[in-house]
Design a protein around this ligand. Structure first.
Ligand SMILES: *Cc1c(COP(=O)(O)O)cnc(C)c1O
Length: 448
């Protein structure tokens, strides 16, 4: 679900024509829909109503302050994986007492900062880390609230790079080991056991792995509740979204006409909030514990697009390329995970609306959409069937709201793109485009 729609051949985000936003702020440009993010949050929150629950938005998916502020105001807590993310949450008006601190390698500086800020829980991933946190809390005369991360050893059936809940991954503590580590923790002077945590992976498109993991961990959770009086069970994030044919049918008649039919058949599998909650609710209800969720992608993924302009069309003997002004440094997902992003023109070609179906078919072509970076991995789509693309055309790379800007880099000395937020009929810049001066800021030439 998202609020990107065509009106009279123009792609809108909520009530704003995306061409206007690109005109004002330039490209490449990330644009997010506040209405979509809030809609996702509200629907998940409502579905979880039968449980005492807290949604801790996984900041790493999209950490722009304006987005964090939006979610903080809606009542969300935050799942953070670094001191920097905690700093952002605080700067955005979020409450550290609703923050869980995850990650396999927390530094001394990060742990001390999180202790000072009084986070809700440190989610601990190893015995060595537990010792470290105990020691650091001791030097500050504080007790660190901790939850151990359980590794339930289930296969989340997703991309290897974002699978975290199986035995071979670096994450969490094996279930067999878990009771003994809790026992050790209970004897530590400077930690307080407050919960249990797990997170099995990302972009998971079926309910089953979630349900299996909960089923495996629930008996231990019950035991820990009796023994140590824990307050919460965090079941992590990882809910997948639809990347392929993400437009609702009928909302985009022209596009459906031209490519939707084939695409819809291959439509990416989606896991609805309802299906997910129905699958996990029974086992969780019985526990009588506060349930934490840590969704990232689900809340923001479909809520953002990356706008990019076609610089040149290049025709070779084998292929046709559209070289666009965004590159893998702006959005690395296709290069890193071979992931699919739907790419649509912001202004639909005028001719095809009046043409007969067969004719509009013939204006379709296969094309590679590639960036300007010096890597063959710098592509957004290969052999993609698209309505004819021309120089200066504005394209929207859909579903770029999660793991988009946050993974952007300055590779090839390209300034980071700008970000804008739309809410209803208003739009505003929420991060300025970097300048060339920004690129060399902080760099120092040796004096010798
Ligand atoms: C990345 C991460 C999440 C969020 O994952 P999504 O797939 O974006 O929902 C949640 N919890 C932890 C511990 C994570 O590392």
């Amino acid at each position: 679900m998202h609020f990107f729609r065509y009106h009279n051949g123009h792609l809108y985000c909520e009530d704003v024509d995306l061409a206007r936003v690109a005109e004002k702020f330039g490209t490449p440009l990330y644009v997010y829909s506040a209405g979509t993010i809030l809609d996702h949050y509200t629907r998940l929150d409502a579905a979880l109503a039968p449980l005492d629950h807290l949604i801790c938005y996984a900041v790493k998916a999209n950490s722009n302050r304006a987005i964090l502020n939006l979610l903080a105001d809606a009542g969300a807590g935050f799942d953070i994986v670094s001191g920097g993310e905690l700093y952002r949450v605080v700067a955005a008006g979020g409450d550290p007492a609703r923050c869980t601190f995850a990650g396999v390698g927390k530094s001394r500086e990060e742990i001390e900062y999180a202790l000072e800020q009084r986070v809700y829980s440190f989610n601990v991933e190893s015995e060595a880390e537990l010792d470290y946190i105990d020691r650091l809390a001791g030097t500050k005369n504080l007790r660190a609230p901790i939850a151990l991360r359980a590794n339930p050893d289930v296969d989340p059936r997703t991309h290897d790079y974002v699978s975290t809940g199986s035995r071979e991954n670096k994450f969490g503590i094996a279930l067999g080991r878990l009771p003994a580590v809790y026992e050790r923790a209970s004897k530590m002077r400077n930690v307080e056991i407050v919960g249990v945590q797990m997170h099995i992976g990302s972009q998971i498109t079926e309910a089953k792995p979630f349900a299996s993991a909960i089923k495996k961990v629930a008996p231990i959770v019950r035991e820990l509740k009796l023994k140590y009086g824990i307050n919460f069970f965090s079941i992590g994030g990882g809910l997948g979204i639809v990347y392929e044919s993400s437009f609702e049918s009928g909302t985009k008649a022209w596009w459906d006409e031209s490519v939707g039919r084939d695409r819809r058949a291959r439509r990416g599998k989606s896991l609805s909030i309802r299906e997910y909650v129905d699958a996990i609710l029974p086992a969780l209800r019985d526990l009588n514990l506060r349930i934490l969720l840590e969704p990232g992608r689900l809340l923001v993924g479909n809520a953002g697009v990356l706008l990019t302009r076609v610089l040149h069309i290049k025709q070779t003997v084998e292929k046709k390329f559209a070289i666009v002004d965004a590159g893998m440094n702006d959005l690395i997902r296709p290069a890193l995970y071979h992931s699919y992003h739907e790419i649509v023109p912001v202004n639909q070609p005028i001719a095809s609306t009046s043409m007969s179906k067969s004719k509009s078919k013939s204006s379709m072509e296969k094309i590679d959409i590639v960036g300007p970076v010096c890597e063959s991995g710098d592509f957004f789509a290969l052999d993609r069937e698209m309505p004819e693309v021309h120089e200066h055309h504005l394209l929207a790379i859909m579903s770029a709201g999660a793991y988009g800007f946050v993974m952007a880099s300055n590779y090839n000395s390209r300034p980071l793109p700008a970000e804008a937020l739309v809410h209803g009929d208003r739009f505003t810049l929420i991060r300025e485009r970097q300048t060339w001066e920004d690129l060399v800021r902080g760099e120092v030439e040796p004096e010798w």
